[in-house]
Design a binder for this molecule. Structure first.
Ligand code: SF4
Length: 102
């Protein structure tokens, strides 16, 4: 049985864990477009700046936030991408591996 006292004791701990989780996510570095892998894929932080001459498959409206490989939550400014382990990409970014979410 969970008493009110137990609940009151647990509450600060839960808040602390939530803060740690948020801090850990904030520490995830962003993908640098100049990183060799990112550059090879034509990754840009702003999809509208994609090299349309080099990557002709780019179409207006495509962005990481709508890509199957994007693992961030809807509404987040950035999130993990399956191609860049341990880093996060901009939700408004783009690369040539873009695959529209089903
Ligand atoms: Fe963005 Fe998708 Fe390219 Fe990852 S694979 S960088 S989510 S467009």
């Amino acid at each position: 049985m969970t008493s009110r006292r137990t609940f009151i004791q647990i509450l600060p701990l839960a808040g602390g864990l939530a803060l740690c989780a948020r801090t850990a996510f904030a520490d995830v570095p962003n993908v640098d477009p100049k990183d060799p892998q990112a550059a090879a894929l034509g990754y840009v932080v702003d999809a509208t700046k994609a090299d349309k001459a080099k990557f002709t498959k780019y179409a207006a409206g495509q962005a990481c936030g709508g890509c199957q490989l994007y693992q961030g939550k809807a509404g987040d400014a950035a999130g993990p991408c399956a191609l860049f382990a341990g880093k996060q990409v901009s939700a408004k970014g783009w690369c040539s591996a873009y695959a529209k979410k089903a």
